[in-house]
Design a protein around this ligand. Structure first.
Ligand SMILES: N[C@@H](CCC(=O)N[C@@H](CS)C(=O)NCC(=O)O)C(=O)O
Length: 252
């Protein structure tokens, strides 16, 4: 004979255990446009993270510990202790990190294939175009020991062309891939550098200007870009020791 139940099933169930707190992601970081991409995404997703400054002016990008997770000796990189299968994973290259965090959280990187293709297009456009070209333009404008007109014109023109592409896209879309996504996070720091450095936006690129203001106003973007690293503010790019570390790198 079946025993009569003394309690309804629901009451007999063990109390649901509190969800274990997510372990923080380690962010290997320096406050630059590539570093900001990831601090912005972590802030947007509300993921806990710990910042590990990598002082690239002192050569910390070449330590064996850092190279083990970032073999290209460039920030940013992350270690997620709660990676696939619950095991840690390290990721380098900012585009790969953004996609990883987008897949992990399901945020700012849509599942639906057409929407995802649009995000990938603009993300890779940033990784292969806007970032490297703005980086070179910035280098020749600010760091070259003498003005080289050909290099200045080549990179400044190419950045100008890319801003035009972005402006045209943003004339018909609120954000690069339609909705706000990791593609916008990838671009905002570089557009900011260009605007602060040499290119006024409102006159020639009004849609881009509108986009920049909208992205910059996001609280998570403000927090991501606002991380203070005292040592970074003190870097003197004219210090020969700093220049020897950052410029003229060759295979080691
Ligand atoms: N393609 C890389 C580029 C990263 C990159 O250039 N990082 C710079 C800072 S913005 C860096 O770490 N520079 C160190 C060095 O030049 O040695 C990415 O997007 O992650």
């Amino acid at each position: 004979m079946k025993r009569a139940r003394t309690k309804p099933r629901a009451q007999r169930r063990a109390k649901p255990r509190a969800k274990p707190r997510a372990k923080p992601i380690d962010l290997y970081y320096w406050p630059t446009p590539n570093g900001w991409k990831i601090s912005i995404m972590l802030e947007e997703c509300g993921l806990p993270y710990v910042v590990h400054p990598v002082d690239i002016s002192k050569g910390e990008q070449f330590t064996s510990q850092f190279l083990a997770i970032a073999p290209n000796n460039r920030i940013p990189a992350i270690v997620d202790p709660d990676g696939p299968g619950g095991r840690p994973i390290s990721v380098f290259e900012s585009g790969a990190i953004l996609q990883y965090l987008g897949r992990k959280t399901g945020k700012f990187y849509p599942h639906e294939e057409r929407a995802r293709v649009a995000v990938d297009e603009w993300l890779f456009w940033q990784m292969g175009g806007l970032g490297p070209m703005a980086g070179q333009a910035n280098h020749f404008r600010r760091y070259a020991p003498q003005a080289i007109p050909y290099a200045l014109a080549r990179y400044t023109d190419e950045v100008h062309r890319l801003l035009g592409v972005m402006n045209t896209r943003l004339a018909e879309h609120d954000y690069l891939a339609g909705r706000y996504s990791i593609a916008d996070m990838a671009c905002v720091g570089w557009v900011r550098v260009v605007e602060r450095g040499w290119q006024e936006l409102a006159g020639e690129f009004p849609h881009l200007k509108r986009w920049l203001e909208a992205v910059r106003e996001r609280p998570a973007v403000k927090r991501g870009i606002g991380i203070r690293i005292e040592a970074a503010s003190a870097v003197d790019i004219n210090d020969p020791k700093v220049r020897a570390i950052l410029f003229g790198q060759r295979a080691r």
